[in-house]
Design a protein around this ligand. Structure first.
Ligand SMILES: Cc1cc2nc3c(=O)[nH]c(=O)nc-3n(C[C@H](O)[C@H](O)[C@H](O)COP(=O)(O)O)c2cc1C
Length: 209
């Protein structure tokens, strides 16, 4: 268990990455950790883009407020929430559930209706917020697993998400950018690596009742 806390102490939001690449094997494991994240009802209303292309990342730079690590890192990961959340979201999930568990659509009918009703009770804005929240859970899991694998990262929302949507053609794919995360390995000159970790004390955050 201490190993996990050590990994979380080790990780920090990297300001400058080296040019070392994450291997395709490690990348696959890391992306699977995001895929295996928990989500509300299991609906996973997001896609995750893994961008290695230097050309594409250069196009994203003008929408990254000078944060060059978007391009100067091993890979750029974009967590993109589904723009439309509703009955189709549930139907897609139920189809997958049937395929994996062998249950019938009829077996899952009430569950399906329950999810649809819960989603349809939300306003459009609430649905979008909900989808982004689910993407953030995947991000959190991803950051922890990256740290456990000694892969560096920097979660980022300091970007123009509309610009990202345009460059990545996300509108047409029914997606919208939630949060991005360059990954790779810290540069030896990244002074942030030795900065003390600023966190509230245990009792300031955690109340044991
Ligand atoms: C949702 C989110 C957005 C963030 N956006 C940026 C960003 O745009 N640029 C950046 O350098 N760091 C960004 N950070 C990193 C935080 O500043 C950093 O995690 C925080 O200061 C705690 O420090 P540590 O992660 O290095 O321990 C972001 C973190 C999160 C979780």
């Amino acid at each position: 268990m201490m190993k996990l806390l050590d990994a979380l102490q080790w990780r920090y939001a990297v300001k400058q990455f080296s040019n070392t690449k994450v291997s395709s094997t490690d990348l696959r494991v890391l992306m699977n950790s995001a895929r295996l994240s928990a989500s509300s009802y299991g609906l996973q209303p997001y896609n995750i883009l893994v961008i290695e292309s230097a050309t594409l990342r250069k196009k994203l730079l003008p929408f990254s407020y000078g944060q060059n690590k978007v391009a100067d890192s091993s890979h750029l990961i974009v967590f993109a929430a589904h723009s439309q959340v509703g009955n189709a979201t549930v139907d897609r999930y139920i189809d997958k559930h049937v395929q994996i568990t062998g249950k019938s659509h009829e077996d899952l009918r009430n569950y399906s209706l329950h999810m649809k009703s819960a989603l349809n009770n939300k306003t459009l804005a609430n649905k979008q917020e909900w989808a982004h929240q689910q993407a953030y859970i995947a991000l959190g899991n991803f950051l922890t697993c990256a740290a456990a694998m000694k892969i560096d990262s920097c979660p980022m929302t300091g970007i123009d998400t509309a610009g990202y949507d345009t460059v990545l053609d996300l509108d047409k794919k029914g997606l919208t950018t939630s949060v991005i995360c360059p990954i790779g390995y810290r540069h030896q000159d990244d002074t942030q690596s030795t900065a003390p970790k600023v966190r509230f004390d245990y009792d300031e955050i955690i109340q044991e009742l």
